[in-house]
Every structure is written in structure tokens, then in C-alpha cells.
Design a protein around this ligand. Structure first.
Ligand code: HEC
Ligand code: HEC
Length: 471
């Protein structure tokens, strides 16, 4: 009896404890839910204010005005990886825009011709001037390149009505093409330091003629272009418009803009973690990022205003590169001034679009930072970041000497002149949001790997991609 009493008392108190715990838990959960709700509400409000809908990818086909042409895209993919388009015989788009990194660089500054055929951390050869941006999502950019030197005047890459503006010699001559990326694809094959090399004589048009002359001699390409373009099937030779349309069609398949933030914006509240939501609120609020990394209107939700700013990035200069840098010491990058010739445009670079930055091995136009944390921290106080900058984390040929920093800091964008103060927790929330909240998993190497062809139609040797071993 005594025993029963004890055990029933125990049982009762256990029950009581259980009930009390449940009440507490429920109470705690609903407080938590209330708090989450208010974070959600705040974030939905911020997204609405800044014009973010999370539906940009769904609108792609409508913008294009037709479905993607699979035959053209596949042909473009083969060309992307085939060194047949590079007259130096050792590089093609894929050597710099690599599937190991979202079709962007594997290096802080691109290596073009005279490389060791490796695409990855062990790529070797003379460097060019800047880091290769991701081709993923470039189909939605109204201006291209770090200094926006290729631009759709309409502000819409799908709309050539205002013309596509390029520096000379192309000027407006590519404006008849249907999309900014089709026009852009005319440029790299003619770039001597990227793929063409210095031995073939002539101008850019001569180089392009030689590239299509080679393509027309390869029966497999004649067949593939014929399947993608009726006029080639009817007997017309392959021309550079065909080449560029195929390349751009492949780039249209690289729109990866369905990240956790997009899903959250479309109503899936648990697509972002709580800390990512807090990071997002900082991004769209106190940290001021969205002032330049815009999402509304012509930004196409790409996290860039597609305008240029001086943010005080240290001037990294390769030893033994094959591009002569700007300035009296040939150790500077004048950015937009290279295009306009106007010294007030010196050191201006396009606000970097931020989707999928998680797959990039380095950040900024010259890869000055190899950690996303450092690239973001730089913005909080560019002056002290630049003055204490150390290139020690970069490959040996990029470790200095650096170009002058004072003239860069003199021109620092007013938006970044007042340091932004974040607590350690806030900072890590912000970094977490930028890294994961904007990452569309389809851009990860394990998916893009499947796009690398085993062989290419020209029969040329294929590039050796250094995909990291899967875990
Ligand atoms: C030698 C490396 C290299 C090769 C090869 C190369 N690119 Fe690039 N690409 C770059 C670099 C570097 C930039 C940025 C240059 C700048 O801003 O001055 C760039 C920029 C671009 C951009 C603009 C992206 C943006 O964010 O604005 C596109 C699109 C592009 N390249 C497509 C191609 C295509 C298509 C090919 C092949 C026909 C190609 N590239 C070959 C290095 C390369
Ligand atoms: C004054 C405009 C401006 C503001 C404000 C701004 N950025 Fe930037 N950001 C840029 C520009 C311009 C670049 C490219 C600079 C370069 O390469 O020289 C850039 C580059 C970056 C990069 C590197 C991306 C890449 O592809 O290399 C990251 C990451 C980034 N910004 C995140 C942020 C975050 C996070 C904030 C808020 C704390 C922020 N930015 C605020 C203008 C701005």
C-alpha cells in the first residue's frame, strides 16, 4: 500500500511535471512562433519595399518570347567546351567559365592562353586582368563585364530596340542581334589574351572568319548547326551569328535563380533559417547592402544596380601577366575609365550581382579576397580594410607588390564612407544569408559536372577540370 502510494504519488507528480512541461513548451512555442512571425512579416515587408518577388526565373521564357531551343543549347554547350573556337589551340569559354564554379573562374584573376589545360586551383599560365564572373544568370543582366562595357541601352538584355552598346571597334554594330548575350559572344573568340593568341594575323573580324572557317570544315559541326539552324541545313555555311546564338542559348539554360530567398518570397516561410532571415533583414536594412545590390525593376532581382561604384578594393597585380595594367606604374585597373576615357570614371566597377556567390573561389574584380567573410567585411569599413589588406592568401604570383591604394580611397563611394557597425552575431547572420540564402543548389559542381562533354566534335583534347572529390 505504502509502496503503491509512493508510486502513485510519483506517477502523479510525474504526470504533473509532464503537464507543466507541456504547458511551458506550448507557451514557449507559441511565443517563438509569434517571434518568427514578426521576423517573417518584417522580411516580407522589406522584400515588398525593395521590389523582390522571387519569381524572376519563372518570367524567363516570357522575356525570351519562346521556349529554349534544346538543339541550339546543346550545340552551344559543345562549343563552350571545345577549344576549336580558340585560335591559340588551348582555351575556350569553359577554361575560364568553369562548371566547377558556376561557370565562373577557378582563379582570382583569369588565366587564358598558354595555360596547362587544367581548370581549377592548379591552373597555370600568364594571367589577364580580372576575375571571370559567373555565366550563370548573366542572361538577366542589362550590362555585362566588371566595367559594364557591354550594355543594352534599353536597360533590358532581351530588348535591342535602343541598341547594344560596345566599345570600338564593335560600337553599335551588334545591335541587330536578339539578346545582349548573343552580341557578347562575338567578343571572347577575338580576344588574343583569352583564346585567340598572338600568332594569327588580322583584326577581330579576321579572327572570327577563321573560327567559322574551321567550324565549316568539321562535318560533325556542319551537321549539328544544320539541326539547329534551318538555313545551315539548306546549305548555307555556318557564320558567326550561328556560333553566337548557340553559345547564348546554352547560357539561357544557366539561369539558376531559385534560391531559398526566392522560395521564401513566394510564401515558403521555412525556406530560410531564422538566422538567414535576420541576415536578410540586415542586408535589406541596417547594413545598407541593397542600396547598390538592388533587386527592383531592371535589376531583374540579380542583386545589382548594374551601375559602377568605387568601393576601395586593393589593386592586385599579377607578376608576369599578359595584360599591361593602367597607370604610370602599370599597376592599376582604371575600371570604367578604360571604356569612357574619362578620368572621373577611374576605379569604377559594376556592383557585383550576388546570386550564387557561394561557388566562387575569390571575390571582387581582381579576386582580392578568397573568403566571402572578408569581401563582406571590407564593405563595412573599406578604408581600414584596404589599409590593412594583405594578399598573402592569394596564389604566389598575385602576392604583390600591390598598386597604389590612396587614389582609390580618395574616390570612395559616399555610401561607404561611414563605417557600418555590426555585432559579431549580426555579421555572421549577414554572411550566412549572402552565402546560403542566395544559393540555387543547381549551380553546385555536382550538378554542373554533367554538362561537361566526354568528347567534343572537333576531336580536340578536352580541358581537365578539377572537380573536388565528392564527400
Ligand atoms: C581567359 C578567360 C576567359 C575566357 C576564355 C572567356 N571569358 Fe568570359 N569573361 C572573362 C572575364 C575575365 C570576364 C570579365 C572581364 C571584364 O570585366 O573585363 C568575362 C566576362 C564574361 C561575361 C559577362 C559576365 C558578367 O557578369 O557581366 C560573359 C557573358 C562571358 N564572359 C561569356 C564568355 C563566353 C561565351 C566565352 C567563350 C566564347 C568566354 N566568356 C570566354 C574571362 C573569360
Ligand atoms: C556603394 C555600393 C555598394 C554597397 C552599399 C555594397 N556593395 Fe557590395 N559591391 C559593390 C561593388 C561595386 C562591388 C564590386 C567591386 C569590385 O569588384 O571592385 C561589390 C562586391 C561585393 C561582393 C563580391 C562579389 C563578387 O562577385 O566578387 C560581395 C559579396 C558584396 N559586394 C556584398 C555586399 C554586402 C553584403 C553589402 C552590405 C554590407 C554590400 N555588398 C554593400 C558595391 C556595393
Amino acid at each position: 500500500m505504502g509502496q503503491r502510494f509512493v508510486s502513485s504519488t510519483l506517477r502523479n507528480s510525474a504526470l504533473y511535471l509532464f503537464a507543466a512541461t507541456m504547458i511551458c513548451l506550448v507557451g514557449f512555442q507559441s511565443a517563438e512562433a509569434g517571434r518568427l512571425k514578426s521576423v517573417d512579416q518584417e522580411l516580407y515587408g522589406a522584400l515588398a519595399r525593395h521590389g523582390f518577388t522571387g519569381t524572376i526565373e519563372e518570367t524567363f521564357q516570357q522575356k525570351l518570347g519562346r521556349p529554349i531551343d534544346k538543339k541550339r543549347a546543346n550545340l552551344g554547350r559543345l562549343l563552350w567546351f571545345d577549344i576549336v573556337g580558340g585560335l591559340n589551340g588551348d582555351n575556350t569559354c569553359g577554361g575560364c567559365h568553369s562548371p566547377t564554379n558556376g561557370f565562373g573562374d577557378t582563379q582570382p584573376i583569369a588565366i587564358g592562353i598558354d595555360n596547362n589545360f587544367v581548370v581549377g586551383p592548379n591552373r597555370n599560365g600568364p594571367r589577364n586582368q580580372r576575375r571571370t564572373p559567373l555565366a550563370a544568370n548573366a542572361a538577366l543582366y542589362p550590362t555585362l563585364m566588371w566595367n559594364s562595357r557591354f550594355a543594352a541601352v534599353s536597360g533590358d538584355p532581351f530588348d535591342n530596340s535602343g541598341g547594344f552598346e560596345f566599345p570600338p571597334p564593335e560600337g553599335f554594330s551588334l545591335s541587330y542581334l536578339p539578346h545582349l548575350l548573343v552580341a557578347q559572344a562575338f567578343i571572347p573568340p577575338a580576344e588574343r589574351v583569352e583564346v585567340a593568341g598572338f600568332s594569327f594575323p588580322g583584326n577581330s573580324d579576321d579572327i572570327r572568319r577563321e573560327v567559322v572557317r574551321r567550324l565549316n570544315q568539321i562535318s560533325e559541326y556542319v551537321k549539328l548547326f544544320g539541326q539547329a539552324f534551318p538555313e545551315v541545313a539548306a546549305g548555307e555555311p555556318i557564320n558567326f551569328d550561328h556560333f553566337s546564338k548557340a553559345i547564348a542559348e546554352f547560357e539561357f539554360t544557366l539561369v539558376f535563380a531559385n534560391a531559398p530567398l526566392d522560395r521564401f518570397a513566394r510564401g515558403q516561410r521555412n525556406a530560410l533559417t531564422e538566422y538567414q532571415k535576420r541576415g536578410a533583414l540586415l542586408f535589406f536594412g541596417k547594413a545598407g547592402c541593397v542600396q547598390c545590390h538592388q533587386v527592383a525593376g531592371p535589376s531583374n532581382e540579380m542583386f545589382s544596380d548594374f551601375k559602377q561604384h568605387v568601393i576601395g578594393v586593393s589593386q592586385v597585380v599579377p607578376l608576369g601577366g599578359n595584360v599591361v595594367f593602367d597607370g604610370p606604374g602599370a599597376d592599376e585597373d582604371y575600371g570604367l575609365e578604360q571604356v569612357t576615357g574619362n578620368s572621373s570614371d577611374r576605379y569604377l566597377f559594376r556592383t557585383a550581382p550576388l546570386r550564387n556567390v557561394a561557388v566562387m573561389p575569390a571575390f571582387m574584380h581582381n579576386g582580392a579576397f578568397v573568403r566571402l567573410e572578408d569581401a563582406i567585411r571590407h564593405h563595412l569599413d573599406p578604408e581600414s580594410s584596404a589599409l590593412s589588406y594583405n594578399p598573402g592568401a592569394l596564389p604566389p604570383d598575385l602576392q604583390g607588390p600591390l598598386g597604389p591604394i590612396e587614389p582609390v580611397l580618395d574616390r570612395l563611394d559616399p555610401l561607404l564612407r561611414t563605417p557600418i557597425v555590426l555585432s559579431d552575431d549580426e555579421f555572421s547572420d549577414l554572411v550566412g544569408f549572402v552565402r546560403y540564402g542566395l544559393l540555387d543548389p543547381r549551380v553546385l559542381p555536382e550538378h554542373l559536372k554533367k554538362l561537361v562533354p566526354n568528347r567534343v566534335p572537333s576531336g580536340s583534347p578536352t580541358l581537365m577540370f578539377e572537380f573536388q572529390k565528392e564527400h
